[in-house]
Each structure stands twice: as C-alpha cells, then as structure tokens.
Design a binder for this molecule. Structure first.
Ligand SMILES: Cc1cc2nc3c(=O)[nH]c(=O)nc-3n(C[C@H](O)[C@H](O)[C@H](O)COP(=O)(O)OP(=O)(O)OC[C@H]3O[C@@H](n4cnc5c(N)ncnc54)[C@H](O)[C@@H]3O)c2cc1C
Length: 427
C-alpha cells in the first residue's frame, strides 16, 4: 500500500485566481492535476474580495520617485490609502521597493506590466467565452476631484494612447453624464473603454469549475506544511497526510514565500493589505461600469445589487486584522464623491493580503535545484487581471517552452549573493 494519501503528476498549491487558472491550463494541455487548498474552496483568500478590475491602464510598479512625497505624507495618517506596519521583516522589502523607483527600472517594469495586462485581457475574453466567467467589457473610468490630478491624467492619457490603450478624456459634465452617481466635486475623468471587470469569486469559481470538469481534483481543508523535492518528484507534508507529486506549482499567494524559503532560493514577497466594503443598492441605480476615485485610491465596482469599494495598501508580514480607521478612509471619500450612496447599508467588510514583490511584477520560475517546484505568485494589485497569462506562463515553464516575459519574472531577482540560483535553473 502507498504511504501517500494522494499522488498526482502535478500538484498546484492554492486555489485562488492564479492556482485555479493554472490548474485549468495544465489540465487543458493533458496534465493530471491535483489542487491542494487550506481553505474551504475556490477563492478562499485574496482572490475573494478584490475589486474585480481587469485593468491594463493600472499596470505598473507601486510608485514613482514623484509619488514618494505623497507616500511619506500618507504614512503618518491611519486613514490614508498607504500604510507600512512597523515590522522589522519589512526593511529589506522596502529598501528594494525604493530601489525600484529608479526611472530606468520604473520604465522597464511599467512596459512589461502593461504588455502582460494587455495579453491577459485577451486571455480573460477567451475564458469568458469558454467558461462563462461573468466578464463585462464595459470600460473603466478614472475620476478626479482636483484640476492638478486631472491635468496629470490628461498627460498620462496621451502616453497611454501611444502604448495601445484608447483613453477618452472627459470634462466634468461629460464624466457625470457617463456616471450619474458622481457628485459635483468630480472635475473630470478618463474612460478606458476596452477594460473589463467581473465578480472575482464568480471568475475563480467558473475557472475552477471548468478545471474540475477537465479532470482536475481539488482537496480543500488541506494545509501544505512542507515541500521536499528530489530527483524524481516532490513529497508534500500536509495536514491531510503525505502527498507525492511529479512536480509542484506553488500558487499560495502571500504564503508562498514561507513555503519555498527552505528550498534555497531567496524570494522577496510580502503582504499588501487591502480592504473591500460592500454596500447594498437598496433601490439605488447601480453604476454600469467600475470607476476609480483616484485621489483617494478607492475602486468602485458594481457587483449585481452591491457596490464594492476597495482600496488601501498596507505592507505587512501577515496581519489580517481589520482596522476601522482604514475602512473609514475608504468610506469617507466614497460618501463625499458619491453622495447618493453616503447612507448606504454596509453588507460586508473584508481584508485581504495581496502577494507583493518590491517592483510589483510577479515571480515565476523553479525554486529548487531539481526543477520540481515552481513558484507563481507576487501578482500584487493585478492578480485577477494577470491570472490567464500567469496560467499560460506556468504551463509553458512546465513544458520547457519559452515563457513570455520570463526575463522580468525571475524568482531570485531581489536576492543578494547565495540566495541567487544559477542561470540554468532560472526561467
Ligand atoms: C482590496 C483589493 C483589491 C484588489 N483589486 C484587484 C483588482 O481590481 N484587479 C486585480 O487584478 N487584482 C486585484 N487585487 C489583487 C488580487 O486580489 C490578487 O493579486 C490575487 O487575488 C492573488 O491571487 P493568488 O491566487 O496569487 O492568491 P490568493 O487568492 O491569496 O490564493 C492563494 C491560495 O492559497 C491558499 N494557501 C496558502 N497557503 C497554503 C498552504 N500552505 N496550503 C494550501 N493552501 C494554501 C490560500 O488559502 C489561498 O486560497 C486586489 C487585492 C485587494 C486586497
């Protein structure tokens, strides 16, 4: 009798947007896949409550040099969109984040991120058509309440136009005509008509459901405790027993770093806590398309009979507590800028940890010398957007094919000295 509870050609750890899409892609290419998830089902953690935007216009790193002044001001306010937990473990991450604001790095990351998002949007269209993910391609509206920011957005729109996006700059009258929920304080906006949104849970459940139909097995309530790769495969110790896999994809979101750390590749991955506050429509007209309240960094997404407000980026190791001041920092601007929703009933408040790298680009590659364990995480603010592309990238890595954008995604790109893997084992 086998000593293993389960065996599989490929084990995917994590049933979020990245894990579900990767499992579907691998199964579609003929691989036998088992997904292990510590939660109760698909989209148990960060993929549950995000803003649902599929948004190439929001591609790019966390900050430019010019943003740093804003960041310093925000960090002193408990209700601001940005926070940094006072945790010594964050020092290395923040040092690397600052380094990635260098103009040359910023330009490279922005170009790669935007190209990946545009590819991923195509992938979303294909998944929506094949599996009914609920994607709605009705555009995304960036809105502004200060003339200075509107002016900067107009300049950015010109740059976006030269990069394949199709922004439409709107004045105050046009923006309110397009989105009547916006009040008098909104001075203008930029519409990105090709962008899309979906209910993130519906997306992951549709993709995960399609994976099950394609033969993928999902075991929930199974926490993967350790990975031990060798020349022929990988043994996983889990809370449900020992599992043997030919190869493994770690798509465990923020928890991925801890899982792969003992395997010899030093990866830099931290949580970026964000909140979602769902409001009940209760007879109000729900906006047709999502929009951003840009000065406050709050995303507003229509989800059936709810309006989701999402925002805040608080870098932290793993703190999942809900800070009412951050929630107020999301509700306050929304109440001011969407006066008709100021007294709407809150039906849920949620916090999730985005898996963040210092430059905002994902990590994809083998993390062990035997090339049995691959990491696919670090999709930060764009994990829902990038999921279809991440799935193709991981499957190409497994099949030894060229991986799109591999040069930007090296798992050891933030490591110093011994944590760096030899080029042969990098993607
Ligand atoms: C407020 C907010 C708004 C956002 N808005 C957007 C948006 O509009 N558009 C966009 O593209 N992105 C958005 N994001 C980012 C997006 O949600 C994430 O990038 C994405 O969900 C990451 O997916 P994932 O599969 O890597 O991680 P997760 O969804 O966290 O999935 C990882 C899974 O692994 C499981 N797991 C972890 N450790 C183990 C283990 N040891 N054993 C077994 N299972 C394990 C977890 O339970 C979890 O289910 C937002 C995030 C937040 C917080």
């Amino acid at each position: 009798m086998s000593a293993h509870r389960w065996t599989a050609e490929v084990v995917v750890v994590g049933a979020g947007a990245i894990g579900a899409a990767t499992a579907l892609e691998l199964a579609g290419r003929g691989h036998e896949v088992l997904v292990l998830e510590r939660g109760g089902g698909w989209a148990a953690e960060c993929s549950w409550g995000n803003a649902g935007l599929v948004c190439p216009s929001h591609a790019g790193p966390f900050a430019t040099r010019a943003d740093l002044g804003n960041a310093a001001r925000w960090m002193t306010r408990p209700d601001s969109p940005l926070g940094i937990a006072p945790e010594p473990a964050l020092a290395g991450f923040l040092t690397r984040l600052l380094a990635s604001t260098r103009p040359s790095v910023h330009r490279r990351v922005l170009a790669a991120s935007r190209a990946m998002c545009l590819d991923a949007l195509e992938g979303h269209r294909r998944l929506a058509e094949a599996h009914g993910t609920g994607l709605q391609q009705v555009g995304l509206l960036d809105t502004y309440e200060t003339p200075e920011r509107m002016q900067a957005a107009t300049a950015a729109a010109a740059e976006h136009r030269s990069r394949g996006l199709r922004p439409e700059v709107l004045d105050d009258t046009a923006v309110r005509a397009l989105e009547p929920a916006l009040g008098a304080q909104t001075v203008g906006g930029v519409l990105y008509p090709d962008e899309a949104h979906c209910d993130p849970v519906s997306f992951v459940e549709a993709v995960g459901g399609a994976a099950l139909t394609a033969g993928v097995r999902l075991e929930t309530g199974t926490d993967v405790l350790s990975l031990t790769p060798d020349a022929t495969g990988c043994t996983l110790e889990t809370t449900s027993g020992t599992v043997r896999a030919g190869r493994v994809v770690v798509a465990a979101g923020t928890a991925s770093g801890r899982l792969v750390a003992p395997l010899g590749t030093s990866v830099c991955l931290r949580g970026g806590k964000g909140y979602a506050v769902d409001l009940a429509a209760e007879g109000r007209d729900v906006p047709v398309r999502p929009f951003m309240l840009q000065e406050s960094r709050v995303a507003v997404t229509p989800l059936g009979d709810r309006l989701r407000l999402a925002g805040t980026m608080q870098f932290t190791a793993a703190d999942m507590s809900i800070d009412r001041r951050r929630v107020a920092g999301i509700r306050g601007p929304a109440a001011r800028l969407l006066p008709g929703w100021a007294d709407a009933t809150v039906v849920s408040v949620w916090a999730g940890l985005r898996p963040c790298t210092p430059d905002g680009l994902p990590l994809l590659g083998w993390v062990d010398e035997h090339q049995k364990v691959a990491l696919s995480s670090g999709h930060a603010m764009l994990g829902l957007t990038l999921a279809p592309l991440a799935a193709e990238q991981a499957a190409d890595l497994f099949e030894g094919k060229p991986v799109a954008y591999a040069e930007h995604l090296r798992v050891d790109r933030f490591a110093l000295g011994r944590g760096r893997r030899r080029p042969a084992s990098a993607v």
